[in-house]
Design a protein around this ligand. Sequence first.
Ligand SMILES: Cc1ncc(COP(=O)(O)O)c(C=O)c1O
Length: 353
Amino acid sequence: MRTEKLLTPGPVCLHPAARRALAGPQLHHRSRPAEELLASLRKNVSAVAGTEGETVVLTGSGTAAMVALVSGLFAPGARVWVPIAGKFSERWAEIAASAGLEPLVSEYDWGQTVSPADVPTGIAGALLTHSETSTGVLQPLAELARAVRERNPGALVVADAVTSFLLSELRLDDWQVDAAAIGSQKGLMSPPGLGLAVLGPRALAALRPSGYYLNLERELRAQRAGQTAYTPAINLVAAAAAVLEEVVNDGVEAHLKGKLYQNDRFYEIGQRVGLEPVPQEEGARSPATAAFYLPPGAKAAAVSEPMLERGWRIAGGQGPLKGRIFRISAMGYLEEAELERAYADFAEVMSLL
Ligand SMILES: Cc1ncc(COP(=O)(O)O)c(C=O)c1O
């Protein structure tokens, strides 16, 4: 099998701490070391997300955390605002509808920034997407949450932070964001398979039992006692806990600065050859991924194939942007020399376009 390194916006190249944890012997999930790893992951995720609340670790991908939050925080029939500006905000609306909620949708062009002016009144909550990975846009989460709460004081604000956690600043409590969904295969530089549901103080108070497997209320009770309701993907808990411990010890702020710089380098290279970024505003670029429109007449393979020949996998577009854009991401772990090689190869491929 040809080896390839991932410059995709998830999954990503693993952090060495994750690789080391995965190479260890199989842990038993009811053992003391497993309890400690779960506690460490829960504590550090809450702290990095900026909440005094708690984190529930779920076995499943990021979408599992989104589903669990929607059904655990809202009763069927609740009206929730969902601004759609990409694939993942669209997913919020689909999850809300499937849980019997009444999604009140505001539609934007993909690549656009959501406007706080559009926040409606009369809603029980808002399902927002912080970093919209399908377009590379970092949405103004703090401003949106503020507008939601000003117009709807009792509303709960729930954010998809799947590609903003450990990539962009997150201050849930300060921003009045009540809950967030995270996945293990993005900023955490771990394998796919964990969904993390972060619950701020108001979300903890509002939590209701709902569903069976993804029942956040039941999981929270188990996890407060150092357990999980069912057998968790404990190997992934070990990997993610180890990575986060290391990043926290080294300093989250410096880590975020590094990720922003690494992503900006891709933008610099693409723009040098005249490519148009998908995010319509320069200040709205997510550090999770660079996203560019393909030049007129060019197919996505004109970028992805020569990159793959050089050992790098990148991603195309999704939904209406399929075949029109490509995405390249430095979200994962790469040694500096490897990353420099990635930039050099990308610059070379760009010069061939
Ligand atoms: C912003 C965003 N939300 C949600 C998801 C869904 O996560 P998963 O594929 O882990 O279920 C992704 C994955 O790409 C994402 O980028």
